[in-house]
Design a protein around this ligand. Structure first.
Ligand code: NAD
Length: 273
């Protein structure tokens, strides 16, 4: 497939640029910053929060060729003010969705987050597994924005018949480093497997899946991902001997969002002078 990958200069984006190309996709990168050395795909330096800039990118692509799908990984991967969070995750997604509808691009794979459901306690889960149907329960304004992006994509799936997969990513890292990561880790290779499956699964409509590896200590349900063809291979358990215990481990493991659900992440909604 010919794929527009936003956030292509970021940590996930750079892994996907190479990994999706290895799986036979043609990747066109988009980011706020210029193309990093070592990537040789097509490239657009643009702000996804600017609908005119996004429209220009689509115009340029469709003047030369076409796009089959968008993988949206652009966005600030942490807590900000509420307006900044909404801009980074909801406004960017809206600009892309409008351009997709205008040009008939039918598939969006989204870099969603566990923080959309981050305040969900682990205690009391049926079968000990967190279902994707659990109510949206954000732990931060970041999580609110990720939940908002899911609601927006659901709207476009229903209104325009788009296929959208929101991958609620856990902890994307080369290696797990904390006790929480032993449950929430998403390896680089599994991230590529996940996005490839989300791109190619037939007609998912709107779907949410948990973006984690097949960690022995996992407690977020992988079945919705399996149903779309995401079969993770890696397991954080191989690093368990090297992970040092920390005082916050128990609190971080009591809720989906880990440290984001702890008082250290509380802040006002606005950056007032
Ligand atoms: N890293 C994780 O463990 C994790 C977990 C859950 C969700 N996510 C989500 O995955 C996505 C990618 O995360 P990451 O870890 O690669 O972050 P990153 O900061 O490494 O990369 C994000 C990239 O997006 C670009 N970007 C930001 N705003 C943009 C905009 N308005 N227009 C164009 N480009 C923009 C940045 O320049 C950067 O290159 C984010 O949406 C993040 O919230 C990441």
């Amino acid at each position: 497939m010919r794929v527009l990958l936003t956030g292509a200069a970021g940590s996930i984006g750079q892994v996907l640029s190479v990994g999706l190309a290895d799986r036979g996709h043609e990747v066109v990168g988009l980011d706020l910053v210029p193309q990093p050395d070592g990537l040789d795909d097509g490239w657009h330096t643009a702000d996804c929060a600017d609908p005119d800039a996004v429209a220009d990118v689509f115009e340029a692509e469709f003047a030369e060729s076409s796009l089959d799908a968008v993988v949206h990984m652009a966005g600030h991967p942490g807590e900000q003010s509420l307006p900044d969070s909404l801009t980074s995750h909801v406004v960017t997604t809206a600009a892309l969705l409008d351009a997709m509808v205008e040009h008939g691009v039918r598939r969006l794979v989204y870099g969603g987050s566990n923080h959309a459901v981050g305040y969900t306690p682990r205690a009391g889960l049926a079968d000990g597994l967190l279902p994707v149907e659990t109510r949206l329960r954000p732990d931060t304004f970041y999580g609110v924005a990720k939940a908002g992006a899911e609601a927006l994509m659901s709207l476009y799936a229903d209104r325009h018949g788009l296929d959208v997969v929101s991958c609620r990513i856990g902890s994307f890292r080369a290696e797990p480093a904390t006790v929480r990561h032993l449950a929430t880790w998403l390896s680089h290779d599994d991230c590529v497997r996940m996005v490839d499956a989300a791109l190619t699964t037939p007609a998912p409509g709107f779907a949410a899946i948990y973006g984690i590896s097949r960690n022995t200590r996992r407690w977020w349900d992988l079945a919705p991902g399996h149903a779309l063809g995401y079969d993770p291979v890696d397991d954080a358990e191989g690093w368990a001997d090297r992970v040092e215990p920390r005082p916050d481990d128990a609190d971080e493991n009591a809720v989906v969002g880990g440290e984001y659900a702890l008082p250290s992440h509380e802040r006002p909604a606005f950056d007032r002078a």
